[in-house]
Structure formats: C-alpha cells, structure tokens
Write a protein that binds this ligand. Structure first.
Ligand SMILES: Cc1ncc(COP(=O)(O)O)c(C=O)c1O
Length: 378
C-alpha cells in the first residue's frame, strides 16, 4: 500500500495521561488517583447537565437534530451574536481543523507561538502549510507582528504567504494572556499591512477565556466586538474546560457568516451526538456554575503560587485553570514520574520544549495532597 508520505512529518498528538493508565501500570484504585494533567474541570459539570443527560438516554437510537439550533441559540445569547455566526463541533479541536482546512494548503504558511497548543501545528502540517513560530514562550503580539511583517517583505522574493495566525488567549501551556486591547491592536496592524484579498485568517482560541474573564475583565475578548470590526477573525470556544464537559466533546467557532459558511462545507453531518448536544445546551443555562468554578480556581491557585515562592521555583502568572512551574536541578519528567507513582497526574511539558510541569488546579482536598507531595519532592 502507498501511504501518504506527507504524514511522516506529522507527530501524533500526545494527550495527557488517562486514569486507566495508572490503574493498569501501578495497580492504583480510581479513588486514589488525582488527574490534573488535562485541564479538565475538577468540579465535574453542572447538575442541570447530569439530570438532563440521564433523561435523554432513550434517544440513543435516534440521530440528533443536525441544525443544533438550541445550542446555536444559547451561544448567540451568551455572546450577543446571531446563530449564523456559529458552527458547533466535536470539541473546539474540530473547529481548529475546519479552520485550517479552509485556508491552508501547500505553498501557504501559518504563524504560531513557540509554545502553544500542539494541534495548531498538526492541522497546519496536515494541510501541507509551512509552520512559522515566534521565538518567545510568552504570547507576545509584537513577536507575532515582527514575523508577519518580515514574511510580507519576503513574499517579494518568493516566500510562502502567511494565510493563518493562531492566537491562543489565554495560552496553553503557560497560562499567559495579553490584554484584549493588545489583541485588537495587533489584528488592526496585521490587516493594515495586508490587502483585503490577502488578509490571513486570525484564529482566537479562547478555550480558557471563561477563566481569564473571572480574574480580569480587561483580558476578555468578546466575539461580538471582533465581528463588528473584522471579517477575518474566528473565535473558538469549548465546553471542555469551564463547563466541565471534556468527555462530551463539544466546542464551537464564531465568525463572519461567510467564513462559517466555508467551514460548514467541511463538517460531517451529526458531529455532535444527542447527549453531547443536550449537555452543552443545559450547561449554558447554568453560568453560575462557571463563575463559582472560576472563583475557586483562582483562590486555590494562590496556594500553588505560595508554595513555589517558598521553595524558590519560578512559575508563570496564569489566567487559566492550570499553573506552569519551571523545574530546575532535575528534569520535569522525573518529577512527573515520581508524582505518577503516587497517583497524581500532571503534565510534563518537555515535548513543548519546556523544562516545566503544568498542573491543573484541582479541588481543595486534591490540592492538599498535591501540594504536600510537591513540598516533599521539589
Ligand atoms: C488551547 C486549547 N485549545 C483547544 C483545545 C481543545 O479542546 P476541546 O477539543 O476539548 O474543545 C485545548 C485542549 O486542551 C486547548 O488547550
């Protein structure tokens, strides 16, 4: 058989370690395991969601309403946009794929932050695009702009044009978040430098925005404001983090109608199930759950910051539901393995080029145990 040789250069995505791995490899019981490696919501999901799903089980044999009208309506209300601006998907990950496939192909380039969500690179490579990365770990708009401007110059001598820019705000894996005004100013500068026909798609991945908003409203980017000003920006959101529906796989893109229309051509029918669709609709009816989770997230995060300060470990200021700490003297992998044997899953960031650990902020009693182990190990 002839496999597509372009796939050879595409690294498969490495997800955070699952619970089942520790049960299999270390013989631990599920109740002994604390899973803080994938930025899931440690408080689960809203009770409204749980009750609704239980009542919907009889519908497993039926296809869902492929218009997903209630979900689009709920999101349109939350964000002050219209349903035609919205495309629902199987996780926001699927929106990233649709977006990349809409504008990237061989002979084009894409611009990413040096440390950022791994799927941006993977989808871009799958489209045959050349990947360009900033040289800073922090999400710096000036670093993006410099590279973009240089590329605009180099196109005169044949460089592949940048057709897409992935912004991750707040950014996984270090949790930093530029103020909204900086992001808007950046988009204006990019658009001013490019002719209308050549403007790149700018994707604002807001997977952690609900957390940033709770900490500082100045960081919140509102899709309605993006839509009012730009025709080349796509905002992506997810139910996996703040709403606690990681296992349900629901995300969405919000953009100009024309862009959403192009993305719909790539969508397979029924990309949400009856249960995931209902879960997302119900989750939107309980914003107080999101607010409470956000508040307790940041008060618990303080405890990690205090420990790292006490032990003299550098960490990144985070606007998300995780905190990233730099490891010195030893490898992040060693510490991660050490914690794993004790039933604690955190994320080793070596594959992101960082000697660091990313820890999702857990429930208070989970954090008690993790902080005690970290004090002993670091
Ligand atoms: C920045 C970012 N974007 C997108 C995703 C994908 O999330 P999902 O596909 O669960 O919506 C993640 C998941 O961790 C993420 O960290």
């Amino acid at each position: 058989m002839n496999f597509n040789s372009e796939l050879q250069d595409v690294p498969p995505y490495e997800p955070g370690k699952p619970l089942e791995l520790l049960i299999r490899e270390y013989g631990l019981r599920p109740e002994e395991i604390i899973k803080l490696g994938s930025n899931e919501n440690p408080y689960g999901a809203s009770p409204l969601v749980m009750e609704a799903i239980a009542e919907e089980l009889h519908r497993v044999s039926q296809y869902p309403d492929d218009s997903y009208a209630d979900l689009k309506q709920g999101l349109a209300r939350k964000y002050g946009v219209i349903p035609e601006n919205i495309i629902p998907a199987c996780g926001s990950d699927q929106v990233l794929e649709f977006a990349a496939r809409t504008v990237l192909r061989p002979g084009t380039a894409v611009l990413l932050n040096r440390a950022t969500f791994a799927m941006y690179r993977i989808y871009s490579q799958l489209c045959g695009a050349q990947v360009m990365v900033t040289d800073t770990i922090e999400h710096r708009m000036d670093a993006f702009y410099e590279l973009y401007a240089r590329n605009a110059e180099q196109q005169k001598t044949g460089a592949a044009p940048i057709r897409m820019i992935f912004l991750c705000v707040p950014c996984n894996p270090i949790g930093d978040c530029p103020p909204a005004t900086e992001v808007f100013a950046f988009i204006r500068r990019i658009n001013a430098l490019t002719s209308q026909a050549e403007t790149p798609m700018i994707l604002v991945d807001a997977a952690y925005m609900d957390f940033a908003r709770v900490r500082d409203t100045q960081r919140e980017i509102k899709p309605a404001e993006l839509l009012a000003e730009f025709s080349n920006v796509l905002y992506t959101g997810t139910f996996s983090k703040s709403y606690g529906l990681g296992g349900m796989r629901v995300g969405y893109g919000i953009g100009p109608e024309e862009m959403i229309g192009w993305m719909y051509r790539l969508r397979s029918p029924f990309n949400l199930t009856n249960l995931t669709y209902l879960a997302a609709v119900k989750a939107l009816q309980d914003e107080s759950f999101v607010q409470k989770c956000g508040e307790s997230n940041f008060s618990e995060m303080r405890r990690y910051e205090e420990l790292f300060q006490k032990l003299d470990y550098d960490y990144f200021d985070s606007y998300t539901n995780f905190i990233t700490v730099k490891i010195h003297n030893r490898s992040a992998r060693e510490i991660c393995d050490n914690l794993l044997r004790k039933g604690i899953i955190v994320r080793d960031l070596t594959s992101y080029g960082l000697e660091a650990l990313r820890i999702t902020i857990g429930r208070p009693e989970q954090n008690d145990r993790v902080l005690a182990e970290l004090s002993a190990i670091l």
